[in-house]
Design a protein around this ligand. Structure first.
Ligand code: PLP
Length: 290
């Protein structure tokens, strides 16, 4: 079951649409140019997680794209409508999507989609991931030098990210960690990289530097807040592949998949800690409710 709710200035709570029928114009710039942005968030037992963080990032992506999008309260009402219209479920995936609209109309097309998650996220949380390091082809200063590449925005142009995942699968791996041409660890095609080290009893969580042209992860943000309260030290890159290979655990983290442990990088096994995965997954849930 998929529920669609289009944001419509004339309808306070949004317009519910039939997901089995065509709903987008073929001339929508989201379809013809990938010119739009999105967010994916999880609702647990009918309660959407980290709504404000996702709305803040949607607004930031819109600013980077010069895109005029509906205000936060309209999204909040459409999210509530979508959750209420969907059959009750332990987990729901909510997508917020907004495009530059139909050619010539100069009005964005915006909608919320609610659907059940597939089993992939759960499988990857349990089984772990074999990951390839892939060169993204940009150096780590590119975001500042070339803002038109939209590197800090969550745009609908995910064809490159999906191609990287297909490349990984064709080469016997499950997922990807992008690196910069100057050798820094960046992010996954749909996830943030996170590593844990334990040295002399001090436990540290580290994630790559945001300034290196990666998407600020809402899961990483929520987890860091909760982990700091639980006594973890926090660190931000720059990270290089050898740091990941020497870590006590590495994860790919995102809102739907949550923490998926990395078990190998370029064919080299790295430690997996079920204990830390469990603890940090609980902290992520805690941080996501605040
Ligand atoms: N980085 C990229 C490129 C992503 O696409 C995503 C999520 O889809 C993330 C990081 C993780 O973001 P979040 O934790 O907000 O889901």
């Amino acid at each position: 079951m998929t529920v669609l709710v289009f944001l419509d200035p004339a309808l306070e709570n949004g317009r519910i649409a039939d997901a089995t029928k065509p709903q987008l114009m073929a001339t929508d710039l989201g379809a013809t140019r990938g010119d739009g942005i999105f967010e994916s968030l999880l609702a647990v037992d009918g309660v959407p997680r980290k709504v404000q963080a996702h709305l803040d990032r949607l607004a930031s992506s819109a600013r980077i794209m010069d895109l005029d999008i509906p205000p936060s309260d309209a999204w909040e009402r459409a999210i509530a409508t979508a959750v209420a219209e969907h059959a009750p479920a332990e987990e729901l995936v909510l997508k917020l999507l907004v495009t530059r609209g139909v050619e010539g109309a100069e009005r964005p097309t915006a909608w919320v989609q609610a659907s059940l998650p597939g089993s992939l996220g759960r499988d990857q949380r349990q089984e772990g991931l074999d990951v390839l390091l892939l060169d993204r082809g940009y150096d780590s200063n590119i975001a500042e030098r070339a803002p038109w590449l939209l590197l800090g925005a969550k745009t609908l142009s995910y064809a490159v990210n999906m191609a990287a995942l297909r490349y990984a699968k064709a080469n016997g791996a499950d997922d990807v960690i992008f690196t910069s041409t100057d050798g820094l660890v960046l992010e996954g095609p749909t996830s943030t990289v996170l590593m844990a080290t334990v040295r002399d009893g001090v436990r540290t969580l580290t994630t790559p530097l945001l300034e290196n042209g990666i998407l600020p992860g809402t899961s990483q943000g929520a987890l860091f807040n909760a982990a700091a309260d639980a006594g973890w030290q926090l660190g931000y890159g720059p990270l290089e592949p050898h740091h990941l290979l020497a870590a006590d655990a590495v994860w790919l983290v995102s809102s739907i998949r949550l923490l998926a442990p990395v078990k190998s990088i370029d064919g080299r096994a790295i430690p997996v800690s079920h204990e830390m995965t469990e603890e940090l997954t609980a902290l992520l849930a805690k941080g996501s409710r605040e």
